[in-house]
Design a binder for this molecule. Structure first.
Ligand SMILES: [Zn+2]
Length: 378
């Protein structure tokens, strides 16, 4: 029995292949009885530019993704815009040939990258971790790719793109629903979708959920802890709910109370931090406590969002919850346990997990390109 969101999508004629990290191309277009090939068929591409890899997907006019899991090409962002955009274009051609899509059948491309960038894809003048080459400062990456490909290109930051995919995987692409997504990775990204549209904000910082302050002092088990975020705030969501939070704050705090824990003998705290999820999944008590703190922090944050947006769903994604079903179920229960009591009308608000793992960004980017095609009648 597939998860409910897949059934919902199938009912809307927007079924998508089950999630996988294998990178296998699904031969949907040639599957007998699935749908007939049409020479007039149009596609949009989704391109997720990450730190080390570019990930691609294609979406057809029926809302069906042609690539299951990851379809990756090495990223060359460190070499600057010219090399990187050329590399993205080369990878697009490779990915298209793997998926059986002609580049001439593409009507638009959606791009997502890590920020900070403006809502239209102008990268920060001050540079960023993922765009260290000096020529990236103030570079319009959306327009640059548009020029390179000769196709309309849309832009979202990576958190907003993953949030859009999470939203559409639940509600379908034709919807007026509202959702708030938190993506737990190295940092805490995410996005807010209201009436089916991504809130990017005036400067592109809409959905920077990681830097929203939460009343962390109410979380049990971290009494006396002062969680500092790299942004300068103390006690925002990212300061407790991210891999960085585990490395900088939570793991040192908990290890100080657990002499002899296996992670105490790990020479490098960053390596130890990456092992916390796996150990938590196996039932290690201290590592479970660390994830409980993260879930409770999310519960407090989601409670704030419920009062701001009265959303149709809360959504969680990212590496932290790419775990077995039991762990995810436990984690979501802990999120709920971290929330103050809700009004009767909001008590049953669903908390869902974004399917598709690392392909979420590319899928969201493709959905944004599909929106442009609809709006412009391309
Ligand atoms: Zn912060």
């Amino acid at each position: 029995m597939p998860p409910r969101h897949e059934l919902d999508l199938a009912r809307r004629g927007q079924g998508f292949p089950p999630s996988s990290r294998s990178g296998r191309i699904v031969g949907l277009r040639t599957a007998p009885g699935n749908f007939r090939l049409s020479p007039a068929e149009k596609f949009v591409a989704g391109i997720d530019l990450g730190g080390t890899a570019v990930n691609y997907t294609f979406l057809d006019e029926r809302g069906q993704f042609l690539i299951e899991g990851l379809c990756e090409h090495p990223a060359r962002s460190v070499e600057g815009p010219t090399v990187c955009l050329g590399q993205i274009a080369d990878g697009l051609a490779h990915a298209a040939s793997r998926a059986g899509v002609s580049l001439t059948a593409l009507t638009a491309v959606g791009l997502d990258t890590p920020g900070p960038a403006s809502a239209t894809g102008i990268l920060s003048r001050r540079g960023s971790t993922n765009f260290v080459h000096p020529e990236w400062a103030g570079f319009d990456i959306r327009a640059g790719l548009e020029q390179r490909l000769g196709l309309p290109v849309t832009y979202l930051n990576d958190g907003n793109a993953a949030a859009l995919w999470g939203h559409v995987s639940i509600f379908g692409s034709e919807n007026q629903a509202t959702s708030v997504s938190a993506i737990i990775g190295t940092g805490l990204g995410g996005g807010v979708i209201t009436s089916g549209r991504v809130v990017t904000g005036r400067n592109g910082f809409g959905g920077e959920l990681g830097h929203v302050l939460i009343p962390y002092q109410t979380i049990p088990g971290i009494e006396g802890l002062v969680p500092r975020c790299n942004c300068g705030r103390t006690g925002d969501l990212e300061s407790l709910c991210s891999l960085t939070a585990i490395r900088q704050t939570l793991l040192p705090h908990f290890l100080s109370q657990h002499d002899g824990h296996p992670l105490a003998s790990e020479a490098d705290i960053a390596t130890a931090a990456k092992r916390v999820r796996g150990l938590a999944e196996q039932g290690d008590e201290m590592c479970r406590d660390i994830f409980r703190v993260q879930a409770r922090a999310l519960g407090l944050f989601f409670d704030e969002m419920i009062n701001v947006f009265d959303p149709d769903a809360l959504i969680v994604g990212g590496g932290a919850i790419e775990a077995d079903e039991d762990f995810r179920t436990w984690f979501i229960q802990e999120i709920r346990a971290g929330m103050p009591n809700q009004r009767d009308e909001q008590a049953e608000l669903p908390i869902r997990v974004i399917p598709g793992g690392d392909s979420a960004g590319a899928r969201g980017a493709a959905l944004d390109a599909a929106r442009l095609v609809r709006e412009r009648g391309l």
